[in-house]
Design a protein around this ligand. Sequence first.
Ligand SMILES: *Cc1c(COP(=O)(O)O)cnc(C)c1O
Length: 217
Amino acid sequence: MSIKDNLNTIKESLPSHVKLVAVSKTKPISDIEEAYAAGQRVFGENKIQEMTEKQEVLPKDIEWHMIGHIQRNKVKYMAEYVALIHGVDSLKLLREINKQAKKHNRVIPCLLQIHIAEEDTKFGFDENDLNELIASNEIGELSNIKIVGLMGMATFTDNGQQIRKEFKQLKNLFEKTKSVFPDLSQLSMGMSGDYKIALEEGSTMIRVGSSIFGSRN
Ligand SMILES: *Cc1c(COP(=O)(O)O)cnc(C)c1O
């Protein structure tokens, strides 16, 4: 199957309100060009430097999403162009994004990453951290960022019930958090192995890499 066929197969199965982020990390420019030629405009990368190198040479109507863990000192390299930052996991990081966005006179949309998996290697806020963040009221003062949703990664497991439980948990938190953040509309959950479950549990944005571009080395 070609990249184009893979994309079309996935897109046909998506409800119209769900956005497909094609995760192109580690993949060559030529693969992204192939997906672009097939109509794909939203791409996700997990390293700021790699994303920026690709952004510089590829068409400017691509929407670049940062989906990985972010080092604060690198935010400045993407602040001018990044369309959505999925992996925001601290107030310190939000302050830095706000500061860099301001330099470019932009408001950068962000998702708060929530820790839903069993593994402790996955970054993100837990429910308590999130409540603290909300209670601090500082987000309201950061005028160059906008919290538009939540993002989470389920445990890496074959146990579909466990994955479903974790996505349900994230969806519940999303519904609760909506009352605090008026712009909350996006729920980024689901990857190649689990996006079908994520869609059933209310995802609005799936991040799919290997099912489009093939496995990574
Ligand atoms: C790599 C990655 C994906 C895509 O993973 P696949 O299993 O290849 O679809 C999605 N989300 C995040 C945060 C990733 O790092």
